[in-house]
Design a binder for this molecule. Structure first.
Ligand code: GH3
Ligand code: MG
Ligand code: MG
Ligand code: MG
Length: 322
């Protein structure tokens, strides 16, 4: 344990050094006035437990020990470090002020070896308990924050598609319900887009399943860029089907975004030699907006978008229907 003695009288310092050494305390440091004490304290890592007890003289050349004590106790880092006042002043007033200033104990001069030993031991016992409690609190805090982080990761994993890292169907359905409610509350229009890769079976057949997966990843990345508005959500809805929620978007907006998506995917120029539609990978896009079906459930919106997608497929693919 680390003890710091503050006393301006050399003979008292020598006496305390002697007594404390005899009591088995090895780490004792000495300063002679308030200013030195302040400097010493700022040098120490209090959070790391580099100071465990202060023996503080009341009458010092530059400051009053009681004032120093109340000043120190205002520092949060100092509140857990016991201070014992040491003084020749025996009056009740000084005693009361010492305790009021936050001192834990009081030793009168001339110093009795037995009394000093007992009071120091008792203060350090308390200090040890406080250190233990603080360590436990720190551990608990760390464990809690680790748990929170782990939960966050789990939550993310549970709502993310493993191949494309887009939102998965679970998160999509959740958000669709939320946005549906919000759109009704705000009396705003919500857009919904569904898209499906054209002749993706042929793509897999020609280039292999791995290439098919790579193609899905490229599309996902592009879709994230094409849907840049905050609040927009794009998800992998099924195998080679994607869906997007566009809050506060009416049918005109949906049409514009859907066409942007169709064009953007085509511009990736991913070769698809066996496609009857184009030499590159294309998508068919279906869209709708909620102001056409304010009553009912969000599933109706999905149905509408799906029907529109089906119509786009029937109309030759690589096109948009709303
Ligand atoms: P259409 O233009 O009518 O949509 O034709 P299509 O061939 O794309 O449609 P279909 O539904 O017949 O086939 C979808 C194909 O997508 C079949 C399946 O092999 C492929 N697919 C679905 N999920 C994945 C995936 O995760 N990875 C790969 N590589 N292929 C997938
Ligand atoms: Mg003094
Ligand atoms: Mg499909
Ligand atoms: Mg398809």
């Amino acid at each position: 344990m680390n003890i710091l003695v503050v006393d301006d009288a050399r003979e008292i310092r020598l006496l305390l050094e002697n007594y404390l050494r005899q009591a088995g305390y090895e780490n004792v440091e000495f300063v002679t006035n308030g200013e030195e004490l302040m400097i010493k304290i700022t040098e120490k890592d209090l959070a790391a437990g580099e100071l465990d007890l202060i023996l503080l003289d009341v009458v010092l050349p530059d400051m009053n020990g009681v004032e120093i004590c109340s000043c120190l106790k205002m520092e949060p880092a100092m509140q857990d470090i016991p201070i014992i006042m040491v003084t020749g002043k025996q009056d009740d007033q000084t005693l009361r002020e010492a305790f009021e200033s936050g001192a834990m104990d009081y030793i009168k001069k001339p110093i009795s070896k037995i009394e000093l030993k007992a009071r120091v031991a008792s203060a350090l016992r308390l200090r040890k308990e406080i250190k233990k409690r603080n360590a436990r609190e720190r551990e608990l805090k760390e464990a809690t924050s680790k748990l929170k982080e782990a939960n966050k990761k789990l939550e993310k994993l549970a709502s993310q598609d493993g191949l494309t890292f887009l939102a998965n169907r679970r998160l999509f359905d959740e958000r669709l319900n939320e946005e549906w409610k919000r759109a009704r509350r705000e009396n705003s229009s919500m857009g919904l887009i569904m898209l499906d890769i054209d002749h993706f079976k042929y793509y897999n057949d020609l280039y292999g399943h791995q290439a098919g997966d790579d193609c899905l990843k490229k599309l996902a990345k592009k879709l994230e860029k094409l849907l840049y508005r905050p609040g927009d959500l794009v998800a992998r809805y099924g195998g080679e089907e994607f869906a997007a929620i566009l809050p506060r978007t009416d049918i005109t907006g949906v049409k514009r975004v859907a066409e942007r998506i169709r064009k953007g995917i085509r511009e990736l120029e991913i070769e698809h030699e066996d496609s009857p539609v184009d030499e590159y990978v294309t998508v068919s896009v279906g869209g709708t907006a909620s102001n056409y079906c304010r009553e009912g459930e969000p599933e109706m919106l999905l149905e509408k978008a799906d029907k529109a997608l089906y119509a786009a497929k029937n109309d030759g693919r690589n096109c948009v229907k709303v």
